[in-house]
Design a protein around this ligand. Structure first.
Ligand code: HEM
Length: 243
């Protein structure tokens, strides 16, 4: 506890502990909501008048950059964003699921063991959607940036996967949103508000008492590395990184 929050003995005006603590730092929140908006826009641009799918492709590249950013941020970012801090073993996740069903689940400041696996699944499926998009063609006017360097068999598979994964992605997003809303409305914590404000009520959390934010400079460096990695990777593979 610091000087501002420590109640001082012998004084009548002792400061009370701050009622809220940091749960999610700014880069984690910005990346999460930007990903949600971009995934929504990717769907919209595919179905509403984006002739030539230029916007859709820029959108897809931005999603890939964000996913790479989030992976890097999971190594060097704020304490609740780090994979090592929130990825539980399958047994641990099962144990947590049972405790939820019994109504005796412990409180987590960051992702709970089930939420941690959901995050990984979301990132993986969004990445799969983005990567297959690089190889997708409609055989008429639109080619993904790596279509010209890939074999016909893989292009056919990737184009089909890009359509199919979409439904899995929608299902996972629906599950993610429902779980978060249910937890926020009926559970002990308002997760949606916490992901918006970055704060949670001060309480007894089993993982961390308060999050340590990641460095903003490091976040910008991760974003730059992610952008160079995505555009540079496409160029190195012989594709055209700019749609
Ligand atoms: C396209 C849709 C979405 C995608 C791809 C997505 C993806 C993600 C990802 C990757 C995270 C992990 C954040 C991190 O640790 O960096 C996350 C967390 C979270 N998302 Fe979403 N999200 C989407 C939509 C939504 C919506 C609409 C809501 C609001 C109802 C929402 C509420 C949350 C909350 C509350 C968390 C924190 C969960 C926790 O504490 O375990 N998400 N989301």
């Amino acid at each position: 506890m610091d000087a501002l929050t420590e109640p001082r003995s012998g004084t009548t005006t002792a400061a009370l502990p701050a009622p809220v603590v940091l749960a999610w730092d700014l880069p984690t929140r910005l990346a999460k909501w930007a990903l949600a908006v971009l995934v929504g826009l990717a769907f919209a641009s595919k179905y509403y008048g984006d002739v030539g799918l230029v916007w859709h492709m820029w959108n897809g590249l931005a999603i890939l950059i964000l996913v790479v950013f989030r992976l890097l941020w999971g190594l060097v970012g704020g304490s609740t964003a780090r994979f090592a801090r929130f990825l539980a073993s399958p047994g641990g996740a099962l144990f947590y699921a049972v405790s939820v069903l019994r109504g005796r689940s412990p409180r987590y400041l960051g992702h709970n063991p089930l939420g941690g696996w959901m995050v990984l699944a979301l990132l993986a499926i969004v990445a799969a959607q983005g990567v297959t998009g690089l190889f997708t063609t409609d055989d008429i006017i639109v080619d993904g940036p790596l279509v010209r360097v890939a074999g016909e068999g893989w292009i056919e598979r990737a184009s089909a996967l890009h359509q199919d994964i979409y439904w899995w992605l929608l299902a996972l997003i629906a599950l993610h949103v429902l779980a978060n809303l249910a937890y926020s409305l009926f559970g002990k914590d308002n997760l949606v508000l916490a992901m918006l404000t970055g704060r949670k009520p001060r309480a007894h959390y089993v993982d961390q008492a308060a999050a340590t934010p990641g460095s903003i400079v490091l976040a910008l460096a991760c974003l730059a590395v992610a952008a160079v990695g995505v555009f540079g990777g496409i160029a190195l593979a012989g594709g055209d990184p700019f749609p």
